[in-house]
Design a protein around this ligand. Structure first.
Ligand code: ZN
Length: 146
C-alpha cells in the first residue's frame, strides 16, 4: 500500500503545483464561490453547460494542496460529462472520502483523494470544490461548508 500511497501523494502535489483548468471562464453559464472556514480554502467554480452537458469547467481559488488538487482533478474529470453523470460522480466521490467502503468503481483519477478519509478535517478540503460545483448548478452563488 505504501507505494500506492506515495503515487497518490505525488499526483496530489502535481495537481497542486500545476492546477488544470485554472482561471476564470468567460461567459460561464454557472458560477459559485465556495469557502471552507475550517481550513480557509476559497474556490470559485465556473461552468459552461449546454444541453445538460458540461462543455467547459474551470476554477480559481486560494486553498490548501488538497482543495486545489481536488478542484483540479474535478475539472479534468467533468469536462464533457452529462449533468446526470456529474451528480452520480459527486455521490461516489463523497462515498470515497467519507466512508470505509471499498473504492467505488469508475472514479478514475479521483481515487487519488481516497487518503483523506483517514483525516476527517481534510474531507471538507476535498469536497469543497464539489459542493461549490453543485451550488453553481443550483444557481446558488455561495457554498460555505459547515
Ligand atoms: Zn484545506
Amino acid at each position: 500500500m505504501a507505494g500506492l500511497r506515495e503515487l497518490y501523494q505525488e499526483t496530489i502535489l502535481d495537481h497542486n503545483k500545476h492546477p488544470r483548468n485554472f482561471g476564470r471562464l468567460d461567459g460561464a453559464s454557472h458560477h459559485a464561490h465556495g469557502h471552507n472556514p475550517l481550513c480557509g480554502d476559497r474556490v470559485d467554480v465556473y461552468l459552461q453547460v449546454e444541453d445538460d452537458r458540461v462543455v467547459d469547467v474551470a476554477f480559481e481559488g486560494d486553498g490548501c494542496a488538497i482543495s486545489t488538487a481536488s478542484a483540479s482533478i474535478m475539472t479534468d474529470v467533468l469536462k464533457g460529462r452529462s449533468l446526470d453523470e456529474v451528480h452520480a460522480l459527486f455521490a461516489r466521490f463523497h462515498e470515497l472520502v467519507t466512508t470505509d467502503a471499498e473504492l467505488p468503481e469508475e472514479l478514475g483519477k479521483l481515487a487519488v483523494l481516497a487518503g483523506v478519509r483517514e483525516f476527517p478535517t481534510r474531507v471538507k478540503c476535498a469536497t469543497l470544490p464539489w459542493h461549490t460545483l453543485e451550488a453553481a448548478l443550483r444557481n446558488e452563488a455561495d457554498a460555505t461548508t459547515e
